[in-house]
Design a protein around this ligand. Structure first.
Ligand code: ADP
Length: 169
Protein backbone atom coordinates (compact mmCIF):
# COMPACT_ATOMS: atom_id res chain seq x y z
CA UNK A 1 0.00 0.00 0.00
CA UNK A 2 1.17 3.55 -0.76
CA UNK A 3 2.22 5.64 2.20
CA UNK A 4 0.23 8.83 2.80
CA UNK A 5 3.46 10.83 2.89
CA UNK A 6 3.98 12.53 -0.47
CA UNK A 7 7.64 11.88 -1.11
CA UNK A 8 9.60 12.97 -4.20
CA UNK A 9 13.13 12.65 -5.49
CA UNK A 10 15.19 15.29 -7.27
CA UNK A 11 17.81 13.21 -9.07
CA UNK A 12 21.04 14.37 -10.67
CA UNK A 13 24.78 14.29 -10.63
CA UNK A 14 25.19 17.73 -9.01
CA UNK A 15 28.85 18.08 -9.98
CA UNK A 16 28.67 20.61 -8.34
CA UNK A 17 25.30 21.87 -7.07
CA UNK A 18 24.22 25.15 -8.73
CA UNK A 19 21.65 27.79 -7.80
CA UNK A 20 19.45 26.29 -10.56
CA UNK A 21 19.39 22.96 -8.71
CA UNK A 22 18.65 24.70 -5.40
CA UNK A 23 15.76 26.58 -7.00
CA UNK A 24 14.16 23.31 -8.20
CA UNK A 25 14.77 21.57 -4.87
CA UNK A 26 13.26 24.50 -3.00
CA UNK A 27 10.14 24.48 -5.18
CA UNK A 28 9.82 20.68 -4.84
CA UNK A 29 9.97 21.12 -1.07
CA UNK A 30 6.83 23.29 -1.26
CA UNK A 31 4.97 20.71 -3.34
CA UNK A 32 5.85 17.54 -1.41
CA UNK A 33 5.95 16.46 2.24
CA UNK A 34 9.44 15.02 1.86
CA UNK A 35 12.07 15.50 -0.83
CA UNK A 36 15.11 13.30 -1.30
CA UNK A 37 17.90 14.78 -3.40
CA UNK A 38 19.19 11.59 -5.02
CA UNK A 39 22.80 11.85 -6.15
CA UNK A 40 23.92 9.44 -8.84
CA UNK A 41 27.03 7.69 -7.53
CA UNK A 42 27.76 5.70 -10.67
CA UNK A 43 31.51 4.96 -10.55
CA UNK A 44 31.97 4.73 -14.32
CA UNK A 45 31.47 8.45 -14.88
CA UNK A 46 34.34 10.83 -14.40
CA UNK A 47 33.40 13.65 -12.09
CA UNK A 48 35.22 16.69 -10.74
CA UNK A 49 33.90 15.95 -7.23
CA UNK A 50 33.51 12.54 -5.59
CA UNK A 51 30.06 11.26 -4.63
CA UNK A 52 30.74 12.06 -0.96
CA UNK A 53 31.89 15.57 -1.80
CA UNK A 54 28.82 16.20 -3.97
CA UNK A 55 26.52 14.90 -1.25
CA UNK A 56 28.24 17.00 1.44
CA UNK A 57 27.85 20.14 -0.70
CA UNK A 58 24.17 19.38 -1.25
CA UNK A 59 23.56 18.72 2.45
CA UNK A 60 25.05 22.11 3.26
CA UNK A 61 23.07 23.84 0.49
CA UNK A 62 19.79 22.16 1.54
CA UNK A 63 20.13 22.76 5.28
CA UNK A 64 17.67 25.63 4.87
CA UNK A 65 14.88 23.19 3.82
CA UNK A 66 13.68 21.08 6.77
CA UNK A 67 11.87 18.48 4.63
CA UNK A 68 14.79 17.84 2.26
CA UNK A 69 17.49 15.21 2.71
CA UNK A 70 20.30 13.96 0.54
CA UNK A 71 21.01 10.36 -0.41
CA UNK A 72 23.07 8.50 -3.01
CA UNK A 73 21.79 6.00 -5.52
CA UNK A 74 23.44 3.60 -7.93
CA UNK A 75 21.68 1.74 -10.72
CA UNK A 76 18.11 2.44 -11.71
CA UNK A 77 16.38 5.46 -10.20
CA UNK A 78 13.06 3.57 -10.36
CA UNK A 79 14.51 0.80 -8.17
CA UNK A 80 15.63 3.40 -5.64
CA UNK A 81 12.12 4.90 -5.69
CA UNK A 82 10.47 1.52 -5.17
CA UNK A 83 12.80 0.66 -2.30
CA UNK A 84 12.18 4.00 -0.58
CA UNK A 85 8.44 4.36 -1.20
CA UNK A 86 8.86 7.34 -3.54
CA UNK A 87 6.21 7.95 -6.21
CA UNK A 88 7.34 11.17 -7.86
CA UNK A 89 10.43 12.37 -9.67
CA UNK A 90 10.87 16.14 -9.95
CA UNK A 91 12.88 17.45 -12.90
CA UNK A 92 13.62 21.02 -13.89
CA UNK A 93 13.03 21.87 -17.54
CA UNK A 94 15.37 24.54 -18.83
CA UNK A 95 14.60 24.65 -22.53
CA UNK A 96 12.80 22.74 -25.25
CA UNK A 97 16.08 20.87 -25.78
CA UNK A 98 15.67 19.28 -22.31
CA UNK A 99 12.15 18.18 -23.14
CA UNK A 100 12.69 15.38 -25.69
CA UNK A 101 15.03 13.43 -23.48
CA UNK A 102 13.14 14.12 -20.28
CA UNK A 103 9.81 13.06 -21.80
CA UNK A 104 11.36 9.80 -23.03
CA UNK A 105 12.93 9.18 -19.62
CA UNK A 106 9.67 9.98 -17.79
CA UNK A 107 7.74 7.55 -19.99
CA UNK A 108 10.37 4.85 -19.55
CA UNK A 109 10.35 5.33 -15.77
CA UNK A 110 6.56 5.13 -15.56
CA UNK A 111 6.66 1.92 -17.62
CA UNK A 112 9.15 0.44 -15.13
CA UNK A 113 7.36 1.43 -11.94
CA UNK A 114 4.37 3.33 -10.59
CA UNK A 115 6.13 6.68 -10.66
CA UNK A 116 5.04 10.08 -11.95
CA UNK A 117 7.50 12.66 -13.25
CA UNK A 118 6.70 16.26 -12.37
CA UNK A 119 8.33 18.88 -14.59
CA UNK A 120 9.06 22.24 -13.01
CA UNK A 121 9.91 25.08 -15.41
CA UNK A 122 13.23 26.65 -14.55
CA UNK A 123 13.23 30.19 -13.22
CA UNK A 124 14.29 32.46 -16.11
CA UNK A 125 17.44 33.62 -14.31
CA UNK A 126 18.73 30.02 -14.22
CA UNK A 127 17.60 28.79 -17.63
CA UNK A 128 21.15 28.78 -19.05
CA UNK A 129 22.70 27.19 -15.99
CA UNK A 130 24.23 23.70 -15.96
CA UNK A 131 27.01 22.25 -13.80
CA UNK A 132 29.01 21.35 -16.90
CA UNK A 133 28.92 24.93 -18.18
CA UNK A 134 29.82 26.36 -14.76
CA UNK A 135 32.89 24.08 -14.66
CA UNK A 136 33.89 25.00 -18.20
CA UNK A 137 33.59 28.75 -17.60
CA UNK A 138 35.38 28.54 -14.22
CA UNK A 139 38.20 26.48 -15.77
CA UNK A 140 38.96 29.39 -18.08
CA UNK A 141 38.78 31.96 -15.30
CA UNK A 142 35.21 33.18 -15.92
CA UNK A 143 33.23 34.63 -13.01
CA UNK A 144 30.62 32.10 -11.86
CA UNK A 145 29.83 33.76 -8.53
CA UNK A 146 26.08 34.24 -8.28
CA UNK A 147 25.49 30.98 -10.16
CA UNK A 148 26.58 28.65 -7.36
CA UNK A 149 26.59 29.09 -3.56
CA UNK A 150 29.66 30.95 -2.19
CA UNK A 151 30.99 27.91 -0.33
CA UNK A 152 30.72 25.83 -3.53
CA UNK A 153 32.61 28.53 -5.43
CA UNK A 154 35.46 28.21 -2.92
CA UNK A 155 35.56 24.42 -3.27
CA UNK A 156 35.35 24.64 -7.06
CA UNK A 157 38.15 27.20 -7.27
CA UNK A 158 40.36 25.04 -5.03
CA UNK A 159 39.64 21.85 -6.99
CA UNK A 160 40.36 23.50 -10.35
CA UNK A 161 43.64 24.91 -8.98
CA UNK A 162 44.60 21.37 -7.81
CA UNK A 163 43.79 20.00 -11.26
CA UNK A 164 45.84 22.76 -12.91
CA UNK A 165 48.79 22.00 -10.70
CA UNK A 166 48.53 18.26 -11.43
CA UNK A 167 48.39 18.95 -15.16
CA UNK A 168 51.45 21.21 -15.12
CA UNK A 169 53.62 18.97 -12.92
P1 ADP B 1 23.34 19.58 -15.01
O1 ADP B 1 23.14 20.59 -13.96
O2 ADP B 1 24.78 19.52 -15.49
O3 ADP B 1 22.38 19.68 -16.14
P2 ADP B 1 22.45 17.43 -13.24
O4 ADP B 1 22.35 15.98 -13.58
O5 ADP B 1 23.23 17.73 -12.02
O6 ADP B 1 23.08 18.12 -14.49
O7 ADP B 1 21.01 18.06 -13.09
C1 ADP B 1 20.05 17.38 -12.36
C2 ADP B 1 18.69 17.90 -12.67
O8 ADP B 1 18.58 19.21 -12.12
C3 ADP B 1 18.40 18.06 -14.16
O9 ADP B 1 17.85 16.91 -14.70
C4 ADP B 1 17.37 19.15 -14.14
O10 ADP B 1 16.12 18.57 -13.85
C5 ADP B 1 17.74 19.99 -12.95
N1 ADP B 1 18.45 21.20 -13.30
C6 ADP B 1 19.77 21.35 -13.50
N2 ADP B 1 20.07 22.65 -13.74
C7 ADP B 1 18.90 23.32 -13.71
C8 ADP B 1 18.51 24.69 -13.91
N3 ADP B 1 19.42 25.62 -14.21
N4 ADP B 1 17.21 24.99 -13.78
C9 ADP B 1 16.32 24.04 -13.52
N5 ADP B 1 16.61 22.75 -13.32
C10 ADP B 1 17.87 22.38 -13.42
Amino acid sequence: MRSTVRRAVCPGSFDPVTNGHIDIISRASFLFDEVVVAVGVNKSKSRLFSADERMDMLSEACRQFPNVRVDGFAGLLTSYCQEHDVHAIVKGLRAVSDFDYELQMAQMNSSLAEIETVFVPTSPEYSFLASSLVKEVATFGGDVSGLIPDFVLELLTARLAERNQEASS
